[in-house]
Design a protein around this ligand. Sequence first.
Ligand code: SF4
Ligand code: SF4
Length: 222
Amino acid sequence: MRREIDLNEISDGRLYTSNDMVKIGCNDCAGCSECCRMVEDTILLDPYDIYQLEQVLKAEFEQLMAGYIELRVVDGLIQPHLKMRLEEGCVFLSGEGRCTIHDHRPGFCRMFPMGRIYQEQGFKYFLQVHECSYPNKTKVKLRKWLGIPALDTYEKYIREWHAFVQEQVESVENTENQEIIKKLNLYLLNQFYVNQYKIDEDFYPQFYERLEEAKPVTVLYR
Ligand code: SF4
Ligand code: SF4
């Protein structure tokens, strides 16, 4: 089942773009790192996140599965997420409360405490007001907070990936044939995650090639 969220309960009621200023800065919090300990299995990883992890760890997907990520089913689709330890939180959190893959951390980590809400024309960001209790936040331009290279290209990719994933979620919701659901999931897992990305080449051309290949194939599973 897809999750319904009530923005009035969890946000300040505003929607933001990456060019907006938002009161989220916690630069003098000395790395309280609560946001890296309390997230359980919620940090889902998209193909760009996997590419980033493969780059920084110089590892293939199977090696990531051996220690850093796990799989779970979300909305009928198998998706990877960051592995969490019982007490210490994220596997990438150091004993000093620092992220050891800071420059390659996943998109969800970069956004925190912002979230994304998808609309017909793409998505906007919203501020999750109950997620970080740090009292002295400063205003920061969201684009700077995210710190993602070529952000416009990234946001376009996020829109297209999300639209594609939603189509697959609908396919799963519209069939009770478990064999088809299993085959679709295996195909998507291999096509977008397991098959190694070329880590010394740009991510986006690789992704779009896979996406164009996948579109006619996934139609067969409807
Ligand atoms: S965002 Fe909030 S929870 Fe995370 S390190 Fe900063 S102050 Fe701590
Ligand atoms: S990847 Fe880094 S920022 Fe993200 S939860 Fe783990 S330690 Fe925190």
